[in-house]
Design a protein around this ligand. Structure first.
Ligand code: PRP
Length: 187
């Protein structure tokens, strides 16, 4: 294991197992809405969403299309700048569509709060949120995921899409970074 990794908190098995369960709940929700064959628009925010989006898609049984946006709130910093920026927008109209945001993590919640408002202004039929991880105690705005896989503590996490300095996104588990070592780490 890389020396900057202090502790694995969620194994691949645990993430896969839980994603399966939550994806089923999401599937059942939309089935109960009787939306027929209408494809749900899954929206992922690059880059962190990629592994979880893949996991979720494998387990989501309904008609859907996948779209991606590039939003940046962190830049290369550890802490959120608090100012999300849309670097790449959707290329489809979302009026009258069901939107499901597929996130890797809610930290301060600022990105999602901003994005949900942005989508709502475009008159979609619905906007829902599923997140793999939720740092509930770190929220700075009033935002709630409709579905989540895990609550996590307010620690610096990597893996399954989460990065430090663009590294570790490919780890198939979620781990805590050793912030003491990171402070003097030479990349
Ligand atoms: C991360 C993460 C979420 C957001 C959560 O993205 O993927 O989208 O931050 O933070 P918040 O709740 O405090 O707004 P980031 O901007 O780091 O970009 P990335 O997906 O490329 O890592």
């Amino acid at each position: 294991m890389h020396p900057l990794i202090k502790e694995v908190i969620l194994s691949k098995e645990k993430i896969d197992e839980r994603t399966k369960i939550v994806a089923k709940q999401v599937t059942e929700h939309y089935r109960s809405q009787k939306i027929g064959d209408e494809p749900i628009v899954l929206v992922g925010f690059l880059k962190g969403c990629v592994p979880f989006m893949g996991n979720f898609l494998e387990n989501f049984e309904l008609n859907c299309q996948t779209e991606y946006m590039l939003i940046s709130s962190y830049g290369s910093n550890i802490k959120s700048s608090g100012k999300p920026e849309i670097l790449l927008d959707l290329r489809i109209p979302i009026e009258n569509r069901h939107i499901l945001i597929v996130e890797d993590i809610i930290d301060t919640g600022i990105t999602l709060d901003f994005m949900v408002n942005y989508f709502r202004m475009q008159n979609p039929k619905s906007v829902k949120i599923i997140t793999m991880l939720d740092k509930v105690t770190a929220h700075k705005v009033d935002i709630k995921a409709d579905w989540k896989c895990f609550d996590v503590e307010d620690q610096f996490l990597v893996g399954m899409g989460l990065d430090v300095n663009e590294r570790f996104r490919n780890l198939p588990y979620v781990a805590v970074v050793d912030v003491e070592k990171l402070a003097t780490w030479k990349w």
